[in-house]
Design a binder for this molecule. Structure first.
Ligand code: NAD
Ligand code: TYD
Length: 353
């Protein structure tokens, strides 16, 4: 049996990855380490929580002793590290918590892996996989090229600066101590179980409740969107087949101007709610731009396609339709999160956050 530690498994992407790994690999034991911050929600994992090859451990990635104890207790062979503070707007208000979780947290996991694995004599069959973002590459000009694995890091937000720093630490542990590592940098994800502070679930929820849709600046910024389950598939593939020491960019060549994406969201949500076409257009509200707002992200994922044969499984229109349907059919999940009830529930069941 392989013992795989997935950090941040109660979050958006982490929960999709945990579900995929628990179901696909009954011989693996999947240990989900998560602090259950505001972004962590075990309701995301209801369908796998009773599986015999799944374990949840509440821990802070920054707590080196606690993380080391998990490596010892569960004889961890592989790590897939997703735990992070992940929202750019929060990083602008509170950069320190991003440095703590994303930089110190990654460093403490690396240190725990090195100590546990080097103690065994060598790193055979061990792997530290770090999940990162395309935002470390900075911002592209409109119509001006793509991020490749060779693009120089140029982060702008405290979030992307902290993720860039964590990527550098992962490479430093590979180059300095020989730790077997892999890194992937993915574009913006969308799909079910995303915390409704990010653009797509926030706007779906606001359309449902006839609340304003705050569009930053002129809505002309461009993001490259990937269905979250395709990201989880890519991580699984890279974890098993990617080259140790390598970086892989993940993205579906799917760029959208924010305002165009928002119009699609309104159209699909209105239709599925049985409202007249255009009924929610009036909710669009232009607001002050985000400070340091990156203009454009666009990933070149040719390497992942050519080396490992990965391609996204669905077209954006299909993915958005599925996503809007999921939020409409899971109003209870949305309400549990937006009301803050889930925070009280986990405080009661898992102690202080
Ligand atoms: P998320 O905010 O939904 O989830 C983060 C999870 O980490 C939560 O469950 C939270 O409780 C946990 N966590 C936070 N601090 C912790 C700590 N100190 N100790 C243990 N657990 C802690 O994030 P997400 O959108 O699922 O992103 C997951 C990873 O993927 C992040 O590393 C992010 O940088 C990266 N990523 C995200 C996107 C995206 O579009 N969401 C794109 C590319 C890369
Ligand atoms: P977001 O989902 O926060 O992801 P990221 O900042 O990591 O790309 O935002 C996606 C885009 O949508 C980004 O250009 C900022 C914009 N945006 C808005 O216009 N209004 C909003 O309320 C939010 C949350 C984002």
């Amino acid at each position: 049996m392989k013992n795989i530690l997935i950090t941040g498994g109660a979050g958006f992407i982490g929960s999709h990855l945990v579900r995929l790994m628990v179901n696909k690999y009954p011989d693996y034991r999947i240990i989900n380490l998560d602090l259950l911050t505001y972004a962590g929600n075990l309701a995301n994992l209801k369908d796998v929580e009773n599986k015999p090859n799944y374990v949840f451990v509440k821990e802070d990635v920054c707590n080196l002793e606690g993380v080391q104890a998990i490596f010892d207790e569960y004889k961890i062979d592989g790590v897939i590290h997703l735990a992070a503070e992940s929202h750019v707007d929060r990083s602008i208000k509170d950069p320190f918590s991003f440095a703590r979780t994303n930089v110190i947290g990654t460093l403490s996991l690396l240190q725990a892996a090195k100590t546990a694995w080097a103690g065994g004599g060598d790193y055979t069959d061990k792997l530290f996989y770090h999940v990162s973002t395309d935002e470390v590459y900075g911002s592209l000009e409109l119509g001006g090229g793509f991020f490749t694995e060779q693009t120089k890091y140029a982060p702008h937000s405290p979030y992307s600066a902290s993720k860039a720093s964590s990527d550098h630490f992962v490479r430093a542990f590979h180059d300095t101590y020989g730790l077997p590592v892999k890194i992937s940098n993915c574009s913006n994800n969308y799909g079910s179980y995303q915390f409704p502070e990010k653009l797509i679930p926030l706007f779906i929820n606001n359309i449902i409740h006839n609340k304003p849709l705050p569009v930053y600046g002129k809505g002309e910024n461009i993001r490259d969107w990937l269905f979250v389950e395709d990201h989880a598939q890519a991580i699984d593939l890279i974890f098993h087949k990617g080259k140790v020491g390598d970086t892989y960019n993940i993205g579906g060549f799917n760029e959208w101007r924010n305002i165009d994406l928002i119009k699609v969201l309104i159209k699909v949500t209105d239709r599925l709610l049985g409202r007249k076409e255009g009924a929610s257009d009036k909710l669009i509200t232009y607001v002050t731009d985000r400070a340091g707002h990156d203009m454009r992200y666009a990933i070149d994922s040719t390497k992942l396609h050519e080396e490992l044969g990965w391609s996204p499984s669905l077209q954006f229109e299909e993915g958005i339709e599925k996503t809007v349907k999921w939020y409409l059919e899971n109003q209870e999940w949305l309400d549990f999160v937006t009301s803050g009830a889930y925070m009280e529930y986990y405080e009661e069941h898992y102690g202080n956050r």
